[in-house]
Design a protein around this ligand. Sequence first.
Ligand SMILES: [Zn+2]
Length: 340
Amino acid sequence: MTQNLTELLRAMPKAELHIHIEGSLEPELIFEMARRNGVAIPYASVEDLRKAYAFTNLQSFLDIYYAGASVLLKEQDFHDMAWAYLLRAKADNVIRAEIFFDPQTHTARGVSMETVINGLHRACTNAKSQLGIDAELILCFLRHLSEEEAFDTLEQALPYRDKFIGVGLDSSEVGHPPEKFARVFAKCRQQGLHLVAHAGEEGPPAYVWSALDVLKVERIDHGVQSVKDPALVQRLAKDRIPLTVCPLSNLKLCVFPTLKEHNIRQLLDAGLCATLNSDDPAYFGGYMNDNFVQTFEATGLTKAHAYRLAKNSFEGSFADDAKKREYVQRLDAAFAARGG
Ligand SMILES: [Zn+2]
């Protein structure tokens, strides 16, 4: 890959639409919070913890992910975790971030919804004024838990309705189809919340169909299995449904054997509104620009693909139209400055 393209990938403004804030918790911060909160963790050192990050599938990752999150107790912890991510986002020229959080991972340990949301939201507010990043929160329901627990979580979160813009669905996909949460998502829709869901990461195209038609989501997180169903690809193209694709995550969790075999090019060339994202960057070996540079290097994507990916990230965001126009103008200026 040319030096020019690498620099353009790094410098171009972009939006991140698929980042789990608990998945941005670096081992150093896990150890620091464990120390200051007096929490015991079953790893001897930062290196020891990093070594455990050799995953074989989604579940093997989730087991360690939930252990790491156990150090988060106070509002300041949630703020500090989000702030560390936002500084990395700034360095990668992310100008908008729509950040997932998993309240059930925390409320199940006795941490209040207020603590979680206020800490994260304070970091997002500061990001706007201090870093120039438009940062918003999306509350995710853990799909391996019950519908009733999701309703409870929504109930606890609604007093803070003004501090998050949407809801999503994450955690163990296979065996937990979207339709399990049809009634919860219907209630969220009534509240005017944006709707997204993980589907078609490891699960079948049928899960993408039901996320669209039963949950009525506006975006699909991952969705890479959609290519197995040509009718689904047509539907995604026709309705410009954004896919938040996460190549380094897919590689680490063995969704694709190598990055070279990733289907991002196929998705883009089929006319889909695909985007690149980091998912759980502390665990999967890379933030936004790592995902861009490594994916382009492995698959031979071009400058035209770079422009499309960044533009798709703004189009697929939940920003208002005026904001979207402003983002695309900044993208055009970045390309013009580097010879169009
Ligand atoms: Zn994810």
